[in-house]
Design a protein around this ligand. Sequence first.
Ligand SMILES: *Cc1c(COP(=O)(O)O)cnc(C)c1O
Length: 393
Amino acid sequence: MIASILPTYNRAPLTFVSGEGSWLTEADGRHFLDLGAGIAVNALGHAHPALVAALTDQAQALWHVSNLYNIPAQQKLADALVDQTFADTVFFTNSGTESCELAVKMARKYWYDKGQPDRTEIITFSGSFHGRSSAGISAAGSEKMTKGFGPLLPGFTHLEFGDHDALQSAVSDKIAAILVEPVQGEGGIRPLPDQCLKGLRDLCDQHGILLIFDEVQCGMGRTGKLFAHEWAGITPDIMMVAKGIGGGFPLGAVLATENAASSMTAGTHGSTYGGNPLACAVGAKVMEIVADDAFLAEVNRKAGHLRQKLEGLVAAHPDVFETVRGSGLMLGLKCKTTNTDVVAAGYAQNILTVPAADNVIRLLPALTITDAEIDEAIKRLDAAATTMTEADA
Ligand SMILES: *Cc1c(COP(=O)(O)O)cnc(C)c1O
């Protein structure tokens, strides 16, 4: 008999009942150190007092009115995003996959309105992840995500990650946009080097192509800048955001320049829940805390500390780990043993990590993790790796 919850997830036998900062309490009382942060969602950890206050204050005033009316919290968050980024305008969604939908629609409508209705093709890369809607899986294109779900949305050219020659020869006057994650998350924490991001910007400028960044996972302070592309000193035309921006409350956004957004006039797109008062009250508070130079400097300092410790961990367990990679507090340990076994060994030591493709385990701690918690995490990962080597011996 089918489970009452559609069985699309292989869940770990863990049930968390409360959380505080980087810690989660299991129903049986065990305390877990959380290096997954709800897959890069709980940017400020669990039950951050400022977010709890923002949510409960809004909950007492007003939950929902729809986008038929002005929403002050939405305006506040949009103004903050426009103020702190390349963007001139913002549309709010409830998830990353919805942000992907709008990014694709916006890029195609842009060219339609420019009198090039056949310019619909969007270039994407292997190992990418853009959500689970039909557009999202069509964009990523992997067999794992798309098999059996056809007919897929047409108009995506899938290129091999890092294949510069293929990219050069794919460019034509049919290309509407290039869509890329500055740091691939699900694909196994694969950063695109700054040089490549700059190269993509140049290529798009030469051919008038729109550049879309998917910063759903790598954005909102995760890499030590508010958005990951800032490290490369370039900007996109359109950017997808979600995960960390809501700090645990469902919220996403599409940011765009005035030019890229020029075709999205009244009636062309919408969302009942998108930019809901509760979500935006929390999102505005997340922005206030994260988009702060002192906060981001701390993220970078702690990221350096964690990375250095992880290099030591890899050196101490050469049979379990191969290398550390990533950016800021978006780090991956490429494993030699099966990554899901390493994650499970972590569960036994009361530490949470998240598997990714390419046999990687992801470390995506709350940006508020402390130095002492980082040291404790390394202790627990070391213990987990030790049990794996013993099991092999
Ligand atoms: C998680 C993720 C998405 C999809 O977000 P959902 O909120 O799960 O729809 C899209 N792109 C990237 C890079 C992601 O990490």
